[in-house]
Design a protein. Structure first.
Ligand SMILES: *[C@@H]1O[C@H](CO)[C@@H](O)[C@H](O)[C@H]1NC(C)=O
Ligand SMILES: *[C@@H]1O[C@H](CO)[C@@H](O)[C@H](O)[C@H]1NC(C)=O
Length: 360
C-alpha cells in the first residue's frame, strides 16, 4: 500500500471513529428511549391484542430486514427505529412483548405505542392501548425501575432518557369522519380544546413519573393521507383535517412551552410533522418522490379504499412513494422526517432539535 492509500485509509478510519464516537456520546447522553403513541410508532404492541388494527402480515414489512411483518404499519422501519439509530441505540422493544417475562429489562427503553390510539380513551375504544393505558403501563415500568435501581438512580436514568410521543391523528380522523350533527354540537375549536385539556393531564402525569426530556411529534397533515383524500370528489386534501392538525400542533407546542416554564428540569422539542410532510406532498420531485397522493399498498382508487393486506396490490418502487398505505408513511418518508427532527431547525423543529435536546 502506498502512502496515499495509507492516508486515505487513515482518514476513513478517523471518520469511522468520529461517527462512532458521535453516536456513542449521544447514547451516553440519552441512555434509553420511552415511546408512547399511535401506529406511527407501534413496533409490535398490537400483535398482542385482539384487534382489527394490526400490521403483522404481508405486505407490511416487505422492506424490513428479512422481509418480515413485525407489526409496524410500514413497508420497513418506522420512526422509533430511525430515532434509535440516530441516537446510537437499539429500537426500544414493545411493552407487551417483554412485560410478561419475569426478567423484563426496562432500562434500555420501552415502546408503549399502539396502532389506533388517540388522546381520548374513546378513540378506537377496545381496539388498541389507549394513551391513558400506555401511561398506566409506563407507571409500572417506572415502579419496576425504582425497585431495581433505587429511587435516585431511577430518577436520574429517566431524566436523561428521551420520551417520544406521537398522538392525536386518530382523534382528528375520528372527528373528521363524524356526522355533521355531531360536529354541530362540537365545533372544531371546542374539539381541539378538549384534546389539549386531556393532553395537559397526560403530559403532567408523565412528568410526575419522571419524564424530563420530551420529544413531541405533532400530527401530520392527516387530511392528505390517501384515505381522507377519498372523501372529496377531486381527491384533494381534507382542509378540515389539516386545519384541526395545525391547530392541535400549535396548541400542543404552547402547552409544552408553558409547562417547561413552570416545571423544573423539563426540556422538550416539538416537531411540526404537518409542515415537514406537507413539503414532500406539495413538491414531491424536489424531495425525491414520484407519488405523493396514492398509497403504495392497498386496493381500489389510489389504493386507498382498502388497507395493505396480503391480497392488496403494492408498488414496485417503495422509495418513490410518500404513503405506504391509506394512512401511513413509507419507510423512506419516516427516515427523511426523522432526519429533519434530529438535525433540522425552526420552524420545523423547535425550540431545539433532537440532537440539541439530547445534549441539554
Ligand atoms: C380513560 O381510561 C383510564 C384508564 O385506562 C381512566 O383512568 C381514565 O379515567 C379514563 N378517562 C376518561 C376521560 O374516561
Ligand atoms: C424509485 O423512485 C425514485 C423516485 O422517483 C427514483 O429516484 C428511483 O430511481 C427509483 N428506483 C428504482 C429502482 O426505480
Amino acid at each position: 500500500m502506498d502512502a496515499g492509500n495509507n492516508a486515505i485509509a487513515a482518514a476513513s478510519f478517523a471518520i469511522v471513529v468520529l461517527v462512532a464516537a458521535a453516536a456513542s456520546s449521544l447514547a451516553a447522553a440519552v441512555p434509553a428511549v420511552y415511546v408512547l403513541g399511535d401506529s406511527l410508532a407501534d413496533v409490535g404492541n398490537n400483535n398482542h391484542l385482539l384487534t382489527l388494527l394490526k400490521a403483522d402480515f404481508p405486505h407490511n414489512g416487505i422492506d424490513y430486514p428479512g422481509g418480515k411483518a413485525t407489526g409496524r404499519f410500514s413497508n420497513g422501519k418506522n420512526f422509533p427505529d430511525f430515532l434509535a439509530e440516530n441516537l446510537g441505540l437499539a429500537t426500544s422493544p414493545p411493552y407487551l412483548a417483554i412485560s410478561s417475562s419475569s426478567s423484563a429489562n426496562y432500562v434500555n427503553g420501552v415502546n408503549f405505542a399502539s396502532g389506533g390510539a388517540g388522546v381520548f380513551n374513546s378513540t378506537n375504544k377496545d381496539q388498541c392501548i389507549s394513551f391513558d393505558k400506555q401511561i398506566e403501563y409506563y407507571s409500572k415500568v417506572q415502579a419496576s425501575l425504582v425497585q431495581s435501581l433505587g429511587e435516585a438512580q431511577a430518577a436520574s436514568h429517566l431524566a436523561k432518557s428521551l420520551f417520544a410521543i406521537t398522538i392525536g391523528s386518530n382523534d382528528i380522523i375520528g372527528y373528521v369522519r363524524s356526522s355533521a350533527a355531531a360536529k354541530a354540537t362540537n365545533p372544531m375549536e371546542q374539539f381541539v380544546d378538549a384534546l389539549i385539556q386531556s393532553l395537559t393531564g397526560q403530559l403532567q402525569r408523565l412528568y410526575d413519573l419522571g419524564a424530563r426530556r420530551v420529544l413531541f411529534l405533532g400530527t401530520g397533515p392527516v387530511g392528505c393521507c390517501p384515505s381522507l383524500r377519498e372523501l372529496s370528489a377531486d381527491r384533494g386534501c381534507s382542509g378540515e383535517a389539516n386545519d384541526a392538525s395545525a391547530r392541535y400542533n400549535a396548541a400542543a407546542a404552547s402547552l409544552l412551552r408553558g409547562m417547561a416554564e413552570r416545571r423544573a428540569g423539563l426540556r422538550y422539542a416539538v416537531f411540526d410533522s404537518s409542515a415537514a410532510l406537507l413539503r414532500y406532498i406539495e413538491r414531491p420531485a424536489a424531495y425525491g418522490f414520484a407519488e405523493a397522493r396514492a398509497a403504495c399498498c392497498g386496493l381500489g382508487d389510489m389504493n386507498a379504499k382498502i388497507g395493505c393486506t396480503p391480497v392488496s396490490f403494492y408498488c414496485a418502487n417503495r422509495t418513490g412513494y410518500v404513503f405506504w398505505d391509506f394512512y401511513h408513511p413509507t419507510e423512506a418518508t419516516a427516515r427523511m422526517l426523522t432526519a429533519v427532527a434530529f438535525d433540522g431547525s425552526p420552524p420545523l423543529v423547535f425550540p431545539v432539535n433532537i440532537r440539541q435536546l439530547a445534549a441539554m
